[in-house]
Ligand binder design. Structure first.
Ligand code: ADP
Length: 584
């Protein structure tokens, strides 16, 4: 653990703040249940005392009184238990909801850099199962400790009133019992954890093998797969054996200590009774208190596992919450509403945070005038995508500045800046929902006429109308299957609806077949009209008409100009173009 338990609890405590009244009531109910448990041996004691002292004093009325007191206590206990199980759990769930919202809100702010280095599956676990452990912890932890503390203190005090030396003997065993049980419990937990990891391994292996079943069969690899699987499965059995070894040791030790306690009560209590130092009725009450005490200790030792799981959940929660978003809004943002679309890279240097010693861009200057179409070409890894990522501030420059209409992009609010920029990428992501919703994402306030207009402009309307429910057709995992080109045109419609003055087209057609590419290219040409457009293109045929072609190599911009100028120059572009024509 990186954080100490006390630090984590201190940081977690504020999440209880909105619910302090419920927490207080929950603890009050916990106190009531503890008190009810504690009172029973006293009632038995007074009943037995009377019977032993003089049986003729034991009347039906007395028994009925005792029974009535017990009945009332039990009713209180039932109500309190119901409150704790219901309202207490709901409080835990509310805390989980708050934490999940906080985590999700935080995740929305984190930068591309964070996501480039984080597995989404890991985050999913943090946001679901880890937080569930926190709910249980949030509800049970205060309650369990409070009940245990109260019961141990009360029983200690009451036992002392009966017989101090016997109580001291009993309470000397308690810490040894707690330490031993906790130790075995810890070992058990470790093997539980190993078990969880191994189950994950088995899952991963089954997934891998079944997803690749075609390869397995074509290479007749079934036997190899089975033996790989068997080895993982066998490891699981070994871990389970270890697991049950410690579980057995834990259970046996707990039982042994139970026995030891009772033995001490029988031997020492018997001896005290023999010398008249303890009355038989007290002795009975004593045994009952020892039972309560043992049950309490066992419960708290068992709770230790839940406590640990909750702590792990809280720690994993704060690990993500502590990641600072790298891209911030400026303290005093410059207003940016309708921009012209002049983009200027002034002496820009940039290196990715994971590799700060290898700058991707080195003192780069690039001027894109409003309404111009600029194409970035060059070998893979030259930094074309990186340049485009700097404009909407997906990353921040490490030197120099990027300006939009003369204003440093770092001086305007991120929302204002990104509102002005539309990005069309090769990997189209459509959210699960209808086609309509997906286009509407471009401008949530748009009306349906605008959505249809945008789809028409993007050349998507006709195929949308052919889908089973038109604009209401579901896309995504369980929805209709769209081709790459169709998805791309929906994503273009989204940008048409957004209507930004600046456009970034990042290899938007490179994964498509010829026919789809032609259709998407037509849509893109319509989209680019009247906007500042920066295109990253692998196929040079699509950008020959660009106002400016910028050739990027690992040494920076090697040449720039129109197609005609660069062809005449007979440099890098001309040779790339010759190569491309060979393929076209
Ligand atoms: P292009 O778009 O011209 O192919 P990129 O801008 O994608 O080039 O990449 C430029 C260089 O930056 C490459 O060497 C690439 O390995 C590196 N790079 C790209 N993205 C990242 C990232 N997220 N983290 C670290 N390095 C990166």
């Amino acid at each position: 653990m990186q954080h100490s338990t006390s630090t984590l609890i201190r940081r977690f405590a504020p999440y209880f703040r909105p619910y302090w009244r419920v927490l207080f009531l929950d603890l009050f109910c916990a106190g009531l249940t503890a008190a009810c448990d504690i009172v029973l041996p006293m009632l038995v004691r007074s009943l037995a005392q009377r019977g032993i002292d003089d049986i003729s004093l034991l009347s039906v009325r007395f028994i009925a009184n005792i029974a009535l007191v017990y009945l009332i206590l039990r009713i209180i206990d039932v109500i309190a238990t119901y409150f704790m199980a219901n309202v207490g759990h709901v409080m835990g769930a509310k805390i989980e909801t708050d934490m999940r919202t906080a985590l999700f809100t935080h995740l929305q702010k984190l930068s591309f850099h964070y996501y480039a280095n984080t597995k989404v599956g890991q985050l999913m676990a943090r946001i679901t199962s880890d937080l569930f452990d926190v709910t249980e912890f949030a509800h049970h932890c205060p309650e369990e400790f409070f009940i245990a503390g109260l019961k141990i203190l009360l029983s200690f005090a009451i036992l002392c009133t009966i017989n101090v030396p016997l109580t001291v003997i009993i309470f000397m065993i308690v810490p040894i019992m707690v330490v031993c049980s906790a130790k075995f419990n810890h070992q058990m937990r470790k093997t539980f954890h190993k078990n969880r990891v191994q189950v994950g391994e088995i899952n991963a292996q089954v997934e891998d093998s079944l997803l690749g079943i075609r390869v397995v069969k074509s290479f007749t690899g079934e036997d190899r797969e089975i033996s790989k699987f068997e080895s993982g499965n066998h490891d699981w059995l070994q871990i389970k054996r270890e697991n049950y070894f410690w579980m057995g040791a834990f259970n046996a030790t707990t039982r042994a200590f139970d026995g030891l306690m009772y033995l001490a009560v029988i031997v020492a209590g018997g001896a005290f009774m023999l010398h008249g130092a303890i009355q038989p009725a007290d002795f009975m009450a004593y045994i009952l208190y020892v039972s309560t005490l043992l049950a309490t200790i066992r419960r708290i030792v068992e709770f230790a596992e839940q406590f640990q799981r909750g702590m792990t959940g809280i720690e994993r929660f704060f690990e993500v919450m502590d990641v600072q978003p790298e891209i911030h809004n400026p303290a005093q943002p410059v207003p940016l509403s309708q921009v012209q679309g002049n983009i200027h890279f002034k002496d820009v240097s940039f290196a990715y945070a994971d590799d700060p010693d290898t700058p991707v861009l080195h003192h780069l200057d690039l001027d894109v005038k409003a309404g111009q179409s600029v194409a970035l070409v060059g070998p893979s890894g030259g930094g074309k995508t990186t340049i485009c990522n700097l404009i909407p501030r997906f990353y921040d420059v490490t030197g120099g500045q990027v300006t939009i209409d003369g204003i440093d992009v770092r001086n305007v609010r991120l929302e204002d800046l990104r509102q002005q920029i539309g990005v069309v990428q090769q990997d189209v992501y459509l959210f699960s929902g209808t086609i309509f919703d997906n286009i509407l994402y471009g401008r949530p306030s748009a009306c349906s006429e605008d959505v249809i207009k945008a789809a028409k402009e993007a050349g998507a309307h006709d195929f949308i109308m052919k889908t089973p429910h038109g604009y209401d057709t579901y896309v995504g995992e369980r929805g209709v299957r769209l081709s790459g080109g169709q998805k791309q045109r929906i994503s273009i419609a989204r940008v048409f609806l957004k209507n930004p003055p600046v456009l970034i087209l990042d290899e938007a057609t490179s994964a498509l077949d010829n026919e789809s590419e032609r259709l998407v290219q037509e849509s893109l040409t319509r989209l680019a009209k009247g906007r500042t457009t920066i295109t990253i293109a692998h196929r040079l045929s699509t950008i020959r008409s660009a106002d400016k072609i910028v050739v990027l190599t690992e040494d920076g911009i090697s040449e720039q100009g129109t197609h005609a100028e660069l062809s005449a120059r007979n440099g890098v572009y001309a040779s790339l173009d010759r190569l491309a024509r060979g393929f076209d």
